[in-house]
Design a protein around this ligand. Structure first.
Ligand code: 5GP
Ligand code: ZN
Length: 133
């Protein structure tokens, strides 16, 4: 869909910092992160949200797992929040299914400690996540 932001990112029309891709999904850094390394996992095919077509969520489950474990390994996170907003009243702003994967740490645990967007150097964290070792 040419008017969908995430379809355009998937097509490479809009630059983004990719950290993972496979046949069904891509993952890139959120431009306005709530945690360092905040990543969005997105199906290649256009689906508005996780309730419009729940099979799309199932299709990207391997990618979600790969990304969560990648963030734990590369950033030393001890845990991740994995969440997807479905519908405007949930807070969804981009209507192409995406799953937020948010690295978390023992010194700042739980949803109640996540207070909103942080300022972060996306190039620097992207280098850490995509480093070969
Ligand atoms: P939602 O509120 O729909 O669950 O989440 C949409 C997310 O997409 C937000 O966290 C927002 O920061 C992110 N976002 C919006 N526009 C862009 C963009 O152009 N590039 C990237 N990488 N993320 C975006
Ligand atoms: Zn789309």
């Amino acid at each position: 869909m040419s008017d969908c932001l995430f379809c355009r990112i998937i097509e490479g029309e809009i630059p983004s910092k990719f950290v993972y891709e496979d046949e069904t999904a891509v993952a890139f850094l959120d431009i306005n992160p709530w945690q360092q390394g905040h990543t969005l996992v997105v199906p290649r095919r256009h689906v508005a949200d996780a309730l419009e077509d729940p099979t799309a969520l199932a299709e990207i489950t391997p990618a979600i797992g790969a990304v969560g474990n990648l963030l734990k390994k590369k950033l030393g996170a001890s845990a991740c929040n994995i969440l997807s907003n479905a519908g405007a009243d949930s807070g969804q702003e981009v209507f192409h299914l995406h799953v937020h994967v948010l690295p978390r740490y023992a010194d700042n645990p739980g949803i109640s400690n996540m207070r909103g967007p942080i300022s972060d150097d996306l190039d620097q964290v992207h280098s850490r996540i995509t480093a070969k070792r």
